[in-house]
Design a protein around this ligand. Structure first.
Ligand code: G3I
Length: 472
């Protein structure tokens, strides 16, 4: 289905692709045991190659824009790593550089995941946005629960900035120095920092960051500041004042944790007013959440809204780019924080690009070629997670409207010596490189418009290329 969508830099008129989410899992499929089998023998492209011909990062670069994603360092392998490296030219550590992550006990540091992300970025010619130095959340207990004089607190803050920014000096392109300093009404948030140091903690933090890495662009980052409102006006007045005072400030980050149907009408106007102050603007944490389950109509609306956000940035030259807060629905903070909501990112949980992905393509000047309506049944292979000797793989068998299966067998050839040790929701056998997985007793039936997924653990060494799966 979406595997055949193509994008390019050509400026031919775009058409809307028909996109479809797998609408049922193995249990639902079991309800349809009466449907007839279709002798569909289709070959599916590996999920890692399921996106566009022209990666988003190339489309963005052609417009002089950054396209970033928040990432989890431990996941940067397999299909997740492939997409993160191929589609994005900026990375933001989602959690790895926060104070609680890097200094869980006072004086005890853990840079493992942060280093891993920076190393990955350099290996993939990507910039890194450091996130975040001074925040009220995700601070270590020893800091948050301590009792500090203003002088001690200021020392702690500036030492932390000097250490963390200094560690990555010359390697990070930007830092979210201060995160979320405002309340919704535009007053300063009462935090450890504000309560101890007053509003000047912001200038002190920026000054310390500049001293530690003069080349990094320094940002103040907040949410609900995407449109013109009391909070964004407070941010506007703050950065205007900081600039007037000569405090080092290069840009503002508009997080953009948006809700479907609620993209502010003044988004572009708001970006422009910050740009007019002589500041860069970055959209730093875009996601657009919806009530789940997602429907085709909601996903189509989400596509339009992703496109609108990217277009607003493209329209303002000082908007440096857009970072999405996780690129896949399987690595998003939304379902944990807002139960009943989700589907907020451009890729679904199986690493398939959603309509939102193609909204980004369109906004960045790429074209989307509508594939013929999907027919038959196909199989998509993905690596869910990978470690030094093993990996967990997944195969999703999907049937387009009008096609169905009453039993199935997925076969492929491993190209690099991978060996399956265990499978679930299928019976798998492997003879040398040849793998054959047949349905379990309860999931042979794949209804029209439905899908079935099975998984396996396997070993690998050297490389772990995705095979082509044949369905029969
Ligand atoms: O690492 C632990 C794990 O060991 C434990 O088993 C698990 C159980 O809950 O928790 C894990 O920590 C979680 C952490 O994410 C890593 O996954 C925390 O509970 C969870 O609270 C934390 O959430 C993060 C959230 O910030 C905290 O406010 C999200 O991943 C992260 O995406 C989110 O990012 C923030 C930005 O930094 C600032 N803007 C808003 C944005 C969304 O909240």
């Amino acid at each position: 289905m979406r595997t055949s969508l193509r994008t390019s830099l050509r400026s031919s008129p775009r058409t809307s692709p028909t996109t479809r989410r797998p609408s049922s899992g193995a249990r639902l499929a079991a309800l349809f045991t009466g449907v007839s089998a279709v002798a569909a023998l289709l070959v599916a492209a590996p999920a890692a190659q399921a996106a566009a011909d022209t990666p988003l990062r190339d489309l963005a670069a052609a417009r002089g824009k950054a396209i970033g994603t928040a990432v989890t360092g431990s996941k940067l392998t397999g299909t997740y790593g492939d997409i993160a490296g191929r589609e994005f030219n900026w990375l933001t550590p989602g959690n790895a550089m926060k104070w609680a992550s890097v200094e869980p006990s006072r004086g005890t540091f853990d840079w493992t995941e942060a280093d891993r992300i920076v190393d990955f970025a350099e290996a993939h010619d990507q910039d890194v946005r450091g996130h975040t130095l001074v925040w009220h959340s995700q601070n270590p207990d020893w800091l948050a629960n301590g009792t500090w004089t203003p002088a001690q607190l200021r020392q702690l803050m500036t030492d932390h900035i000097a250490l963390e920014v200094g560690r990555y000096k010359g390697r990070l392109a930007a830092w979210d120095v201060v995160n979320e300093p405002f309340n919704e009404d535009g007053t300063f948030r009462q935090t450890l920092w504000y309560n101890g140091l007053g509003a000047d903690y912001i200038a002190q933090a920026l000054t310390a960051a500049r001293a530690a890495d003069p080349a990094a662009k320094l940002y103040i980052n907040d949410y609900n500041v995407e449109g013109v409102n009391a909070k964004s006006t407070a941010l506007y007045n703050l950065v205007k004042d900081l600039k007037a005072r000569g405090v080092p400030i290069d840009g503002v980050g508009l997080q953009a944790h948006l809700i479907l149907g609620q993209v502010p009408a003044t988004f572009q106007q708001n970006i422009q007013r910050f740009a007019d102050l002589g500041l860069d603007v970055a959209v730093t944490e875009l996601d657009i959440r919806m009530q789940t389950p997602a429907t085709d109509a909601k996903l189509a609306q989400q596509r339009t809204e992703y496109e609108a956000v990217f277009k607003a940035c493209v329209a303002v030259s000082r908007c440096t780019g857009v970072t999405v807060w996780g690129f896949t629905d399987s690595d998003s903070w939304i379902p944990d924080t807002f139960p009943g909501e989700g589907a907020a990112t451009p890729y679904d949980a199986n690493y398939q690009p959603k309509p939102a992905y193609y909204g980004i393509v369109t906004a960045l000047g790429g074209t989307v070629t509508e594939p013929p309506p999907p027919t038959g049944c196909s199989a998509a292979y993905s690596v869910q997670s990978q470690w030094n000797t093993g990996f967990t793989g997944q195969v999703t068998i999907s049937c387009a409207a009008g096609s169905s299966l009453s039993s199935w067998r997925a076969t492929w050839t491993f190209g690099a010596g991978q060996r399956i040790s265990q499978a679930w929701n299928a019976t798998c056998t492997q003879t040398q490189a040849a793998v054959s997985c047949a349905n379990a007793s309860w999931n042979g039936s794949v209804p029209s418009g439905g899908s079935v997924t099975f998984g396996f653990n396997a070993s690998w060494s050297g490389s772990n290329p995705a095979p082509t799966v044949t369905l029969g």
